[in-house]
Design a protein around this ligand. Structure first.
Ligand code: NAD
Length: 285
């Protein structure tokens, strides 16, 4: 048996098509959704992510600015720049690319972003809103994962969902979204004693750890949905996920590939959040 592949680019294309009328409606009112990304330092992976975001926005006819700063930028100067962007009505979304250099406290920086422009959904106000079931901006990766799960024939309501990894940007928010959709959710972390005992009973398995191919086919429930969030370099130097795709696809019902899976969805949901931020300016004032 071979799992059905949940293709990030294919699902992203559908979502982008659905966004077109919303972009046109905003343009008719003189508004072009606009994102400013701040990149501090020269981390190579961050450079790639930022360029991908910029190119996707430009291709969609949206506005995108990338502000690049040297790695010795002070925390104070960064926060001052964010405060200026908060005040600028032509900027709808602000995203600070993580990780930041060690001397800058990411929580302090994220807290400086106006929650109405926090299109990453990382501000505590947005994280709290998600937790009480009234989300404003859903973090892009978990938001994209939910869109991928919608494309399967698995009903989330009543399903056993297991999330491996408990980060603020992926593990915790996807667990909240699955719970809100009616799943019974288990969150595993590095201290979990018998990981396979949990993964084997998952109808929906989300893996967001950052360890190449750590989940193998024998750890997966037959016909389940396996969402691989990890982006790693394997021993052969090629990109790979946290799931061993070769053995997992023999068992799972659906699987997301790496590359070509969740990563593409993350950028697409950033488009969605930025368009929403622009739409909200019409109702706020
Ligand atoms: P993180 O390092 O912040 O968190 C990792 C989590 O995994 C922690 O909660 C830790 O307890 C848990 N963990 C570590 N070892 C474990 C083990 N052996 N068993 C069970 N749990 C274990 O990572 P993150 O920021 O959530 O990212 C995870 C992975 O997802 C990385 O590879 C990252 O590059 C990738 N990622 C991809 C996207 C995308 O768009 N596709 C977005 C964000 C992150």
């Amino acid at each position: 048996m071979n799992a059905q592949i949940l293709s990030g680019p294919a699902i992203a294309e559908e979502i982008k098509n659905e966004l077109q009328p919303r972009i046109e409606a905003l343009k008719a009112k003189g508004i072009i959704p606009s994102l400013t990304v701040i990149l501090v330092g020269d981390d190579p992976a961050s450079q790639v992510y930022v360029n991908n975001k910029h190119n996707t926005f430009i291709k969609m006819g949206l506005s995108s600015q990338v502000e690049r700063f040297p790695s010795d930028l002070s925390e104070k100067a960064l926060c001052q720049r964010i405060q200026a962007l908060n005040q600028d009505p032509s900027v709808h979304g602000i995203l600070v690319q993580l990780p930041l250099p060690k001397h800058i406290n990411p929580q302090k920086v994220i807290a400086t972003i106006d929650p109405n422009k926090d299109v990453d959904g990382f501000h505590v106000a947005n994280a709290g809103a998600l937790m009480i079931g009234q989300p404003k901006f859903i973090p892009c990766t978990p938001y994209g994962i939910m869109k991928m799960i919608e494309k399967t024939n698995v009903t989330v309501r009543g399903a056993e969902a297991v999330v491996i990894g408990a980060s603020n940007i992926v593990g915790k928010p996807i667990a909240l979204l699955l719970q809100a959709a009616g799943a019974t959710v288990t969150i595993c972390n590095s201290k979990t004693k018998d990981l396979a005992a949990h993964t084997k009973r998952a109808d929906i398995l989300v893996v967001a750890v950052g360890k190449p191919k750590m989940i193998t086919g024998d750890m997966i429930k037959p016909n389940s949905v396996v969402i691989d969030v990890g982006i790693n370099r394997g021993e052969d130097g090629k990109l790979c996920g946290d799931v061993d795709e070769e053995t997992a696809k023999e068992v799972a019902g659906y699987i997301t590939p790496v590359p070509g899976g969740v990563g593409v969805m993350t950028i697409t949901m950033l488009l969605v959040n930025t368009i929403e931020a622009a739409e909200k300016t019409l109702t706020t004032f």
